[in-house]
Design a protein. Structure first.
Ligand SMILES: [Zn+2]
Length: 462
């Protein structure tokens, strides 16, 4: 068993970080002792000689400046403060940015090794999204923008930095204590699809259908489009949804993933709200129920896609969750672990995780930036979240989102061409593969209509 000796301060936060690094990412048992008094953290193995010493940089600052930007000054993210004399201790980190790095305070004895990164402080900082809670930067939706993140500013958003540091730490652990075994991980692809628009458009109202037919003839000047609108409308009224392109692409997503052996995680929006960005589909409606039935019949998974307001409104979230459960139960569907992804990736770093946890969700998969792909939490592994208000760990797990198709393709974000976009996404996939992590990718059913979109998608999920 590992023994981690830390200073007395910030006990819950230090224990959470230790559980993430040693327990979750390395699969080790550990005991945390609050006995270290020299401004460092020490790792040892019961009954074995030697220890690994870490600098203790972040937690003392956070203790004095809790949730203030002064607790993570820019100097923690740069290497400028180290002279040539210290270069040797960073030799294992060649090619990696040195974040939360420090040098030994005193000469370490021959039996101890110095690991020059405050990996526990960095894990807490990145996994809890502490910087987002400490920052006032928000976009027009009220989201923290990726371009304001320390990871983007200091050039490590495109790499799973914590996983890379864990790999280096494990090399040191293996060299010092060869008998300790690490849990073997395997690269996995986590395919997901948000059903913001389960169907392309309903034809419940003859007025809407008639207006669309007139638009086909008068504006689009296409008789064949008018005919197909008519055909779709008649079919829709017979509850035959096979002509709806968005519903057909949901079936296609399941079919191609089944060929690759992937189980798709869908997230269904519960229903329209006063905000038009929440769409028009209601989870109780016949076409959405038809989609749910097919997802169940093909043994894929369904989670909730909370509307925009739920990220900061616990009552609304509970109400939507209740509707979501009822819709599933009325189909006789009782899933074990139910997940959530917030519509538009809305996230209040002080509240959303606690709301989700209190609702009873088992996992969330909202933590990727809408404006930039990459590693918002510094990892591609699943990990438990932390409540920054009550300052305690949550049961809720996070499956960090690495890339969403709209982030790379939409003009509102990166707006890359298809070729450039696929190159970018495959590089991220490789970065995840190198650390045997989970490549969690989101692609909406409404963006899988053209042959070129579908061919990129196939490459990404295989
Ligand atoms: Zn959405």
């Amino acid at each position: 068993m590992f023994i981690l000796e830390t200073p007395r301060s910030m006990h819950a936060e230090r224990e959470y970080a230790a559980r993430a690094i040693l327990g979750v990412f390395m699969g080790q048992d550990f005991e945390l002792l609050r006995t270290q008094e020299d401004g460092s953290v020490r790792l040892s193995v019961a009954g074995h000689v030697g220890s690994i010493v870490f600098p203790d940089l972040f937690f003392p600052l956070a203790d004095d400046h809790w949730l203030l930007p002064s607790s993570f000054p820019d100097s923690l993210f740069t290497e400028d403060r180290f002279g040539g004399a210290e270069a040797g201790i960073f030799s294992q980190f060649e090619g990696l940015p040195l974040i939360f790095a420090g040098v030994p305070r005193a000469e370490e004895s021959g039996a101890s090794v110095f690991f020059p990164v405050d990996i526990f402080g960095l894990a807490f900082f990145m996994l809890t999204r502490y910087e987002e809670a400490a920052s006032d930067s928000r976009d027009s939706f009220g989201r923290f923008p990726g371009i304001c993140s320390m990871a983007y500013r200091f050039g490590f958003l495109d790499r799973p930095l914590i996983d890379q540091y864990v790999g280096i730490l494990w090399e040191q652990i293996s060299a010092l204590w060869p008998g300790v075994n690490r849990v073997r991980r395997q690269f996995q692809i986590g395919v997901s699809c948000d059903l913001d628009s389960p169907y392309e458009y309903g034809a419940d109202s003859l007025f809407v259908a008639g207006r669309r037919v007139l638009g086909d003839i008068l504006i689009r000047k296409s008789l064949s489009a008018a005919k197909s609108t008519l055909r779709r409308t008649i079919a829709w009224h017979r509850k035959d949804y096979s002509l709806d392109r968005y519903m057909a692409s949901t079936q296609w997503i399941m079919a191609v993933n089944e060929e690759c052996g992937n189980k798709v995680q869908f997230f269904a929006i519960t229903g329209p709200t006063s905000d038009p960005r929440d769409g028009v589909a209601s989870i109780e409606s016949a076409p959405v129920r038809c989609v749910l039935r097919s997802i169940r019949a093909r043994d894929h998974a369904i989670g909730m896609h909370g509307t925009i307001g739920t990220a900061s409104d616990e009552i609304l979230m509970k109400r939507e969750y209740s509707r979501f459960r009822k819709a599933l139960e009325s189909e006789g569907w009782c899933q074990g672990a139910v997940g959530s992804r917030q519509h538009y990736l809305m996230w209040d770093p002080l509240r959303t995780a606690a709301f989700l946890s209190r609702c009873g969700f088992h996992f969330d998969s909202s933590l990727g930036y809408p404006d930039l792909p990459g590693f918002r939490c510094g990892t591609c592994m699943e990990f438990p979240l932390f409540d920054l208000v009550d300052r305690k760990p949550l049961e809720l797990l996070e499956r960090p989102l690495i890339v969403m198709e709209r982030t790379v393709l939409d003009d509102a974000y990166l707006g890359l061409g298809l070729d450039e976009a696929v190159g970018y996404m495959l590089e991220l996939k490789e970065a995840v593969r190198r650390v045997s992590g989970n490549f969690n990718v989101l692609w909406h059913n409404s963006s899988l209509i053209t042959d070129s979109q579908r061919s990129i998608y196939r490459e990404l999920i295989s």
